[in-house]
Write a protein that binds this ligand. Structure first.
Ligand code: KG4
Ligand code: ZN
Length: 341
């Protein structure tokens, strides 16, 4: 079955053709990142206009690269949300028009949960249930994934998302946008133990996150100290370590005792952790989670680096799984910000 995935939730216009939910025939991404850089973050209006300009070309390119004709597509999967509403509507309108004109079914997917399918595409052997950790620019969420149609949220950020905190800290350090890769690069020259930052853990029984306090701590530190290359590198390294430590502790904890926040998995531990979202590209996070997982008998699945960031292959892969489970979207499909699958 050939699925065309379309992703326009933020500043990337993505189109991908995926065969049977696991074989990526093409995965095209056009990004408006350059146009946002001078503002230090994504400007929704610019992102939306960019999607309108390029979506046609990105989809055509995706079909060409996969050597698939439009008439051969069996299903259209599109990101329904959460995301920037104007941007989402470009992809959704395009997908609806294609679905109607081709006479093929349409499935709208949740962007957040689609991030977890980035890691699953190359690992079709992974069985439910597993714990999902989504760490992106807009979300930080721990979820108990019972089956393809049933995800139970265990915890999420109360304020800034992990990626958002990386972006904001990079901004105040003058490292540019996007902040994640910039902090990671600066941190390579720094000592993670030189300056201690601590995110709020929100108590033993909580799977929620809070990263706004650590961001403010960095800001106060910067105000009170003279910055030079070494200090910036130490701040970046200390900040990165604090965020990674917190993500690792909560994610592993959720695998060992997913029932803490509710009745997930009936109190039994879970042996697989699937990670997704832009921050999953972070090398320290990959290293620490893999190490800690191994020590606890938990297999940690990461997407390839290309699939860590927003892409349409994950949308096609998730759309395929939902379609196989009987999900169909109506022509009234619209942008949504809720967390339902
Ligand atoms: O998933 P994503 O591409 O878009 C959203 O759905 O938000 O995530 C983008 C976020 C940005 O905040 C970016 O700074 C962060 O992912 N990011 C990273 C790294 N690469 C991207 N954060 C930490 N380390 C990285 N290497
Ligand atoms: Zn994303």
């Amino acid at each position: 079955m050939l699925v065309l995935g379309i992703e326009t939730s933020c500043d990337e216009t993505g189109a991908s053709v995926v065969k049977d939910g696991r074989e990526i025939l093409s995965n095209m991404v056009a990004s408006s990142l350059e146009f946002h850089k001078r503002y230090g973050g994504v400007v929704p209006e610019i992102a939306t206009r960019y999607h309108v300009e390029v979506i046609d070309y990105v989809v055509k390119d995706s079909l060409k690269r996969s050597r698939v004709k439009l008439e051969d597509i069996d299903l259209i999967a599109v990101t329904r949300g959460p995301g920037l509403v104007g941007s989402l509507l470009v992809g959704i309108s395009f997908a609806k028009a294609l679905s109607y004109s081709l006479g093929v079914p349409l499935v709208g997917v949740n962007h957040l949960w689609a991030h977890l399918y980035s890691g699953l595409i190359s690992r079709p052997d992974i069985k439910f249930p597993f714990i999902g950790l989504v760490v992106s620019g807009g979300h930080t969420s721990l979820v108990f994934c019972e089956n393809a149609g049933k995800f139970k949220l265990l915890g999420q950020t109360k304020d800034d998302a992990a990626g958002e905190a990386f972006d904001k800290v990079a901004k105040v350090l003058g490292l540019g946008y996007p902040g994640g890769p910039a902090i990671e690069k600066a941190a390579r020259q720094g000592d993670p133990y030189a300056i201690k930052f601590a995110p709020a853990y929100l108590g033993e029984n909580s799977y929620d996150f809070s990263f706004s306090g650590i961001k403010t701590a960095v800001l106060y530190y910067i105000k009170a100290h003279r910055l030079n290359r070494k200090v910036v590198a130490d701040i970046a390294a200390g900040f990165q370590k604090a965020v990674v430590d917190c993500l690792v502790a909560k994610a592993i904890d959720a695998c060992r005792a997913p029932a803490k926040g509710g009745s997930a998995s009936g109190g039994k531990g879970v042996k697989t952790l699937v990670v997704g979202g832009g921050v999953s590209a972070n090398i320290l996070l990959r290293k620490e989670l893999t190490r800690e997982g191994r020590a606890c008998g938990i297999e940690v699945i990461f997407p390839s680096f290309e699939l860590s960031l927003d892409n349409a292959a994950m949308v096609a892969a998730m759309g395929y799984r939902l379609f196989k489970g009987g999900v169909r979207s109506r022509s009234g499909l619209s942008a949504e910000s809720n967390l339902r699958i």
